[in-house]
Design a protein around this ligand. Structure first.
Ligand code: UGA
Ligand code: MN
Length: 412
């Protein structure tokens, strides 16, 4: 995200909102002495009887609430009571409820998938050498635009070198696209191609929650497959990934973090590490985010994530990473710093200049198989790169020996 975009976001969460988020979190953690926990507040008692049993009920509720808060997070998870909240670093599910998370219930349609790894060698070693390494689930939100196919091609050529990886390509559009299926299939990397469009009400928002519907669909896919073994990483289609990143994230026990290069004003965003522990964050846009990190700056172990049934990512531009990490109950002392204690850059937030669809003016009678142009332009159309027109704009320039030629000279 550019710094201008970050600034555009600033007013969205006022200091008041931030204080509110923190206050709500605070209330959740210090509710015990004053009010009973909402989870045990259910069920009402008749007015008359209430007066005489009230002290007893209050005492019982107080006792239960205190027991609830004294149980360790893990015990509560085991009891199905949601994520723990012993310290203020963590989001309880009540806190998350109050942040207007929509349950993960996206329209998710699988276009095609393959679990077969058709690559024989990766990084000069046969596939069998990689044995039982945990699988990296590499989630790529993507959307139709002129640069989509080149971006995915470039990314695929990085991923081709990475063993034991399942590529979840989640397209922000209504319909499947054969061209994309053929492309993904050709790489030989195990993949799932799904479509899950951004709900229309968010489309015209500025800024819009980019890549959220599709990442949410991928989270749903992981949950539906009950995957509790492997590593989740959100890898946008336009970033640049160093192959060492994959070795580093594969070791993730709970949540690992590392700096991302080319982010906003400082050209970097990432954890501050002291004596091997993450103690704070360096990022030029804080805006109340407890976890001010880029989407590409962390990885999550699926076994850890499975403990948090309220895992979620909100439609809240700029806060997707923060609230996702809160939804999985992250605590600062659990974070595993990677990339030589966060001193190296293993991923870059590169951005591609976007241009509108190309327009080539050519009469349709010339788009037959007398030349390559019919097939070429039809391919470009399928890729969403360029379109042909018969009457808009200037005639397409076709030249020979440095001189423009009439189309009929070359194509009839
Ligand atoms: C930055 C972060 O790196 C993203 O992870 C984050 O989602 C984004 O900001 C945000 O908060 O909006 P940035 O380069 O600014 O990324 O955004 P894009 O690269 O344009 O979009 C992020 C991802 O979402 C990309 O993979 C892109 O293909 C996808 N996207 C974008 C959609 O799926 N739909 C869209 O309408 C736009
Ligand atoms: Mn980007």
């Amino acid at each position: 995200m550019s710094s201008a975009q970050y600034q555009a976001l600033e007013p969205q969460t006022s200091d008041e909102d931030n204080e509110d988020i923190e206050r709500r979190a605070h209330q959740n953690h210090h509710r015990c002495p004053t009010a009973p926990h909402p989870m045990v507040r259910k069920g009402s008692v008749g007015m008359g009887r209430r007066r005489c049993v009230l002290p007893l009920v209050v005492a019982a509720l107080f006792f239960i609430a205190c027991c609830y808060l004294t149980l360790s997070g893990d015990t509560r998870i085991a009891l199905g009571l949601g994520g723990g909240s012993e310290d203020s670093e963590e989001g309880s599910h009540h806190e998350l409820d109050s942040m207007n998370f929509r349950p993960l219930n996206e329209s998710l349609h699988i276009c095609s998938e393959s679990y077969e790894d058709r690559r024989q060698f990766m990084q000069d070693k046969p596939r069998s050498d990689y044995g039982q390494l945990p699988v990296i689930y590499f989630v790529t939100p993507t959307y139709p635009r002129r640069e989509q196919i080149p971006e995915l091609t470039r990314l695929a050529h990085t991923l081709l070198h990475v063993p034991r990886l399942h590529w979840l390509v989640a397209d922000d559009q209504e319909k499947c696209n054969d061209f994309m299926d053929t492309l993904l299939n050709r790489f030989g990397i195990p993949f799932t191609h799904m479509v899950s469009p951004m709900p229309s009400k968010f489309r015209n928002e500025k800024p819009a929650p980019r890549g959220v519907a599709n990442r949410r669909a991928a989270l749903q896919w992981l949950r539906q497959h009950n995957l509790t073994n492997g590593i989740l990483y959100f890898g946008d289609d336009d970033n640049t990934y160093d192959l060492r990143l994959f070795t580093e994230i594969r070791k993730t026990q709970r949540v690992s973090m590392f700096p991302v290069g080319l982010i906003a004003d400082y050209g970097v965003s990432g954890p501050v590490v002291r004596k091997g522990k993450v103690v704070a964050f360096l990022d030029s846009w804080v805006a109340g985010r407890r976890w001010p990190v880029d989407m590409a700056g962390f990885a999550v172990n699926l076994e850890y994530m499975a403990q948090y049934p309220y895992v979620n990512m909100p439609y809240k531009p700029g806060y997707e990473e923060d609230l996702f990490l809160r939804s999985i109950g992250l605590k600062i002392n659990q974070i595993e710093p990677r990339g030589n204690n966060c001193t190296e850059i293993l991923v870059w937030h590169t951005q591609t200049k976007s241009k509108k669809l190309g327009m080539v003016r050519l009469e349709s009678k010339y788009l037959d198989d007398r030349s390559n142009l019919g097939a070429l332009l039809s391919n470009l159309k399928l890729m969403g790169v360029a379109s042909t027109t018969e009457n808009e704009g200037r005639n397409a320039l076709i030249s020979k020996n440095g001189k423009e030629k009439p189309h009929s000279d070359i194509l009839s």
